[in-house]
Design a protein around this ligand. Structure first.
Ligand SMILES: [Mn+2]
Length: 374
């Protein structure tokens, strides 16, 4: 009975350029470590084969060291059969990369470099659709409709790219027919490209990447364990979380009088998980200037807990109370400036974003005045 893991978009050596250098290294390392982790998972779940549905490498010319070490990691898991399909980042146009892998690969790695049926093990035939270039612009799975395979074997398609209904994760228009599994009589179509998990229908899945790489997604990343009892049977598909890092984008709506630290803490991962968490937090609400300054202080203090932390507080609106201006100054130039900014921020004749600018400036003035007076 065929039982395999379906994963994709490992993106080895992805640069993660927007983060600081030490985090970049840790994110890359977490991806590399997935090879051994997925091998162990395959063993634990009695799945002898792992399908990698494209974008194993982030670039056409990854660092040579990464290529050699990846090949060695696949070889080390010699009891696992790895099937590797090119994607769009590592399409067949990366001829140097694929030539090298062909030369150096161990026997337990099967390269899906041609649109031809490949028998895998005793009971499965794979129909691969390798992209020749980054954006082929046509549906490479079309040939599967007419491919003849042994009816005693389970028939599994393997492809990378967007489907027509959903588009692609790579900003290219999707071209794969969404009903390819039906038209080609596939028991299962293993897709890569979307980095989040996506069920298209009972036989057609994007596994998503085994490590998360975006603040947009919510499911825990990881491969799919697929079991197909017999040709024609509906596959059993189970998602298995493997993501080491968590990426989260909490929104917090603060109310005046609320315990700010407690409210922000409650929206964030538990302290023990913070080193491996990347956070993009949005703070909203209507707060007096004093409370806004406290939000900034708490965020600055919390930031050091995390692998990465950013907080967008620009949507906080200002709730004015009379003591705010007195806290800036009771008279003199600062007081005049503060009153002017307050009036501008409440002037209904001005555009909303101009009022916001005045409001932010008043908030800055408050924070600076408080710092000076302390
Ligand atoms: Mn990808």
């Amino acid at each position: 009975m065929p039982r395999f893991l379906h994963t994709s978009d490992l993106h080895l050596a992805k640069p993660f350029g927007r983060f600081d250098e030490s985090l970049r290294g840790r994110l890359r390392e977490a991806r590399f470590a997935k090879i051994a982790e997925i091998a162990q998972l395959a063993r634990d779940r009695a799945a002898g084969t792992v399908l990698l549905a494209g974008d194993t490498f982030d670039a056409q010319t990854p660092p040579p060291r990464v290529v050699r070490q990846a090949i060695r990691a696949f070889a080390d898991a010699s009891d696992i059969r790895w099937v590797i399909l090119p994607g769009n980042h590592d399409s067949l146009a990366a001829s140097e990369l694929w030539d090298r892998i062909v030369r150096e690969k161990p026997d337990n790695v099967i390269l899906a470099l041609d649109p031809l049926p490949v028998d895998v093990g005793a009971d499965m035939t794979l129909l691969p659709a390798p992209p020749q270039v980054r954006h082929p612009g046509r549906d490479l799975t079309e040939w599967m409709d007419d491919a003849e395979t042994d009816p005693a074997r389970v028939r599994v398609g393997l492809a990378h790219g967007g489907i027509r209904d959903f588009g692609s994760d790579d900003a290219a228009p999707g071209v794969i027919a969404p009903d390819r599994a039906r038209s080609a009589g596939l028991d299962y179509l293993a897709l890569g490209d979307w980095h989040g998990r996506l069920r298209v229908d009972a036989r057609t899945w994007y596994s998503g990447a085994p490590e998360p790489d975006s603040f947009k997604r919510h499911d825990r990343a990881g491969p799919l364990l697929v079991e197909i009892a017999a040709p024609g049977a509906t596959p059993d598909v189970e998602a298995i979380p493997t993501g080491h890092f968590s990426w989260c984008a909490p929104r917090v709506d603060l109310r005046p009088g609320e315990d700010i630290r407690a409210a922000l803490e409650a929206a964030l991962p538990a302290p023990a998980a913070r080193r491996d968490a990347l956070v993009r937090m949005t703070v909203e609400g209507r707060l007096p200037l004093g409370a806004q300054a406290q939000v900034e202080r708490v965020c600055a203090d919390l930031a050091d807990d995390f692998g990465h932390f950013e907080a967008d507080t620009s949507a906080i609106a200002t709730e004015h109370d009379t003591t705010d201006l007195d806290d800036i100054d009771t008279a003199g130039a600062l007081r005049v400036a503060a009153e002017r900014l307050l009036a501008d921020s409440e002037d209904a004749d001005r555009a909303a974003d101009e009022r916001r600018v005045s409001e932010r400036a008043l908030s800055r003035l408050y924070t600076m005045a408080r710092e000076v007076s302390q």
